[in-house]
Ligand binder design. Structure first.
Ligand SMILES: C[S@@+](CC[C@H](N)C(=O)[O-])C[C@H]1O[C@@H](n2cnc3c(N)ncnc32)[C@H](O)[C@@H]1O
Length: 289
């Protein structure tokens, strides 16, 4: 599972929203961490779990006194993290952290802890936190505008893999041998399927890239292209999308378990929803050891 995050961070992104956000987080999430950077006591030892390329530490480093550490189970891209004032450890899992007990004044995480095995990671967080230390994290909410639309894309992608993949291969094969009758039949079937799904889930079907791929095939007919190989690549991308989005949806559900477990463990806990332009984007949790 960590392999796709390693490949993702290699591309040089700072946030987990890829090309959707240039540079670091903006808006509410940015303000939230900048506020914390001012409130955290000077000289604090801070650990960021699931740091990726260090987006949160990048925001916190505006407080120059903080001693920042980031860990991630995947490989962190040093070309990005080197410009951030912190110590980064790749291939370190939240479930088993190489730190002494009572090391950190603050442990933070964003869209990360809910991906871990809570049976181990939660006790690790409280082990490495100092007494009265702060545990602050932002996690996915199953009802957020980040998770909901992606859940619909996930459903559409699964349906395509189950019901349409054979037609896509048949169309690609027919295009290689210029079998016009078969091309026209298969093309219409896939086109009709897309139009039908668009009536109820337009953004989701577009999010799978099937409409784009069909346009690519059709606009390149009669060209000397290995269409079957292209169909194979499309299928691989779709499978990767399903893997990534399954993980996201599962993580968002695990956030609820995470918050409930914390409530059981800790009386001193603040939970609130984070909104951006009136839309729910995440949950925010602050707990004290
Ligand atoms: C959605 S990204 C969030 C990255 C960053 N915190 C941010 O806000 O942009 C989730 C990160 O958690 C990491 N991760 C997942 N499971 C982990 C684990 N068990 N231990 C440490 N990191 C983990 C992934 O490798 C990935 O980099």
């Amino acid at each position: 599972m960590s392999e796709h995050w390693t490949n993702y961070w290699k591309q040089g992104f700072l946030t987990s929203f890829g090309g959707g956000i240039k540079g670091n987080y903006q808006g509410k999430l940015k303000r939230l961490w900048l506020d914390h950077s001012k409130k955290i006591s000077p000289g604090s030892h801070v650990l960021d779990i699931g740091t990726g390329n260090g987006a949160l530490l990048d925001l916190l480093q505006s407080n120059h006194t903080l001693d920042l550490v980031g860990i991630d189970r995947a490989e962190i891209n040093n070309e990005i993290s080197d410009s951030i004032n912190g110590v980064f450890h790749s291939k370190v899992s939240a479930e088993s952290m190489p730190f002494e007990d009572d090391q950190f004044d603050v442990v933070i995480a964003q869209f990360a802890l809910e991906y871990t095995d809570l049976d181990f990671s939660l006790s690790e967080v409280f082990r490495v936190l100092k007494k009265n230390g702060l545990f602050i994290f932002v996690c996915h909410n199953p009802e957020s505008i980040i998770v909901k639309p992606n859940e619909q894309i996930l459903n559409e992608a699964k349906l395509i893999l189950k019901n349409m993949q054979s037609y896509i291969y048949e169309l690609s094969s027919a295009m290689i041998i210029n079998d016009e009758k078969s091309i026209s039949l298969k093309y219409s079937m896939i086109k009709d399927y897309i139009e039908n799904r668009k009536r109820t889930h337009i953004d989701a079907i577009i999010g799978t890239n099937l409409p784009l791929f069909l346009d690519f095939l059709y606009s390149n007919r009669n060209k000397n292209i290995d269409f079957v190989e292209a169909a194979r690549q499309f299928e691989n991308e779709l499978q990767l999308l399903v893997l990534r989005l399954d993980e996201l949806v599962d993580a968002s559900k695990k956030s609820i378990t995470l918050i409930n477990q914390l409530k059981l463990l800790n009386k001193d806990i603040e939970v609130r929803e984070v909104y951006e332009n009136g839309e729910l984007i995440a949950s925010y949790v602050k707990a004290i050891k």
